[in-house]
Ligand binder design. Structure first.
Ligand code: ZN
Length: 300
C-alpha cells in the first residue's frame, strides 16, 4: 500500500514537471521482430506496441478491440507487408488520421515465395512443361523479409526516416542509433557469411518457408514442407520423405506459431527429428545467430 501511494506521488510529480519529461511517442508495428528494430533506433523516445502478439501467425490475425483503442494514440504504424496488413492496414489507418503509415519493407527487392517441389514423378508422367511455368503459377512474393540482416538494413533506414519525419526535433538521436544499428547488422552479416562459408547449395527442410531471404542471401536452399500454406497431400508427403531420404536430410524445422503435423510424419519416416525455428522471436539478433547454427548443423 505504501508503495502504491509513493508511486502515485511520483506520477503526480512527473506530470507536474511538464513538458521536460515528455512521454515517448506511441508507435505500432505488425510483428515482434519489428519491435526489436524500432527499439534499436527509437530508444526511449518511442513506445512500441506489437499488433500480432507472440504465438499468433502474422498471416491470419484480427486486431483486438483494445488494440484499436491504442491505435487512436499512435503516431506511426510500421508495416512490413505481411498478409495481415493487406486485409487490415487501410482500416487501421482510417481509425486515426494523425497516424502515419510507414512501409518498412519498401525498397526491398522481394524474391518469389519458395515454391514446393512437385511430386515430380506425377508431373513428369503427364509430360507437361509444368516446371517451365512454375514461377508464374506461384507468383506470390515472399513476405518474410526480416530473416536476413542485409534486408533489415533497408527496413532500418525506413524506420529511421519514419521516426525523423514524425519527430524531427530528435533527428540527431535517431540518426546516431540508426548508424549504430547498421554497424550491428553489418557484423551479423559478416558472421553469417562466415557461418555458411563453403556450404553454398546445401539444403535444410522447413515446414513453413519463412527463411527464404536467409537462404537466398547466404546461398542455401530452403526445402519447404508446406504447400501453398497447407499441409501436403499424402502423395506430396511421400515425395518429400523420398527426397529427404535421398538427400540425407535428418531434421525438419518447425515454427511454433504454425501447426505442422506432416513435419512429425516426415521426421518419423526418415528417423530424424523435428527442431523448432522461430522467425518471430523477440531477441531478433541472437535468435538469428542461434538459428543459423542449427541450420548449419542440419545442412545436407
Ligand atoms: Zn510466415
Amino acid at each position: 500500500m505504501k508503495r502504491l501511494i509513493l508511486a502515485g506521488l511520483l506520477i503526480c510529480c512527473v506530470l507536474a514537471a511538464g513538458p521536460a519529461l515528455a512521454e515517448p511517442m506511441q508507435v505500432f508495428v505488425t510483428i515482434v521482430p519489428q519491435k526489436y528494430f524500432v527499439d534499436k533506433i527509437g530508444g526511449d523516445l518511442v513506445e512500441v506496441s506489437v499488433m500480432v502478439p507472440p504465438g499468433a501467425s502474422p498471416h491470419h490475425y484480427e486486431p483486438r478491440p483494445k488494440q484499436m483503442v491504442a491505435l487512436s494514440k499512435a503516431r506511426i504504424y510500421f508495416g512490413i507487408g505481411v498478409e495481415f496488413e493487406q486485409v487490415w492496414l487501410k482500416r487501421l489507418a482510417s481509425t486515426n488520421d494523425k497516424m502515419k503509415i510507414v512501409h518498412t519493407e519498401a525498397g526491398i527487392r522481394k524474391i518469389p515465395m519458395q515454391a514446393h517441389d512437385h511430386d515430380k514423378a506425377g508431373d513428369r508422367k503427364k509430360g507437361t512443361d509444368h516446371d517451365a511455368g512454375h514461377d508464374s503459377d506461384h507468383g506470390t512474393l515472399d513476405p518474410h523479409v526480416w530473416t536476413s540482416p542485409v534486408r533489415v538494413q533497408v527496413i532500418a533506414r525506413n524506420i529511421r526516416d519514419g521516426l525523423v519525419g514524425a519527430d524531427p526535433a530528435h533527428k540527431a538521436e535517431y540518426d546516431q542509433r540508426y548508424y549504430r544499428f547498421m554497424k550491428e547488422l553489418e557484423a551479423l552479416d559478416a558472421e553469417l557469411r562466415q557461418t555458411f562459408q563453403g556450404r553454398q547449395g546445401l539444403r535444410f527442410m522447413v515446414f513453413h518457408p519463412a527463411w527464404g531471404y536467409l537462404a537466398h542471401d547466404y546461398g542455401l536452399e530452403q526445402v519447404p514442407v508446406e504447400i501453398e500454406g497447407k499441409e501436403p497431400k499424402p502423395s506430396q508427403l511421400q515425395a518429400l520423405i523420398e527426397r529427404a531420404r535421398a538427400e540425407g536430410i535428418r531434421v525438419v524445422f518447425v515454427q511454433p506459431q504454425i501447426s505442422s503435423k506432416s513435419a512429425a510424419t516426415i521426421a518419423k519416416a526418415i528417423g530424424g527429428e523435428v527442431v523448432p525455428a522461430d522467425p518471430l522471436a523477440a531477441d531478433w539478433g541472437r535468435n538469428l545467430m542461434e538459428q543459423a547454427a542449427r541450420f548449419k548443423a542440419a545442412l545436407k
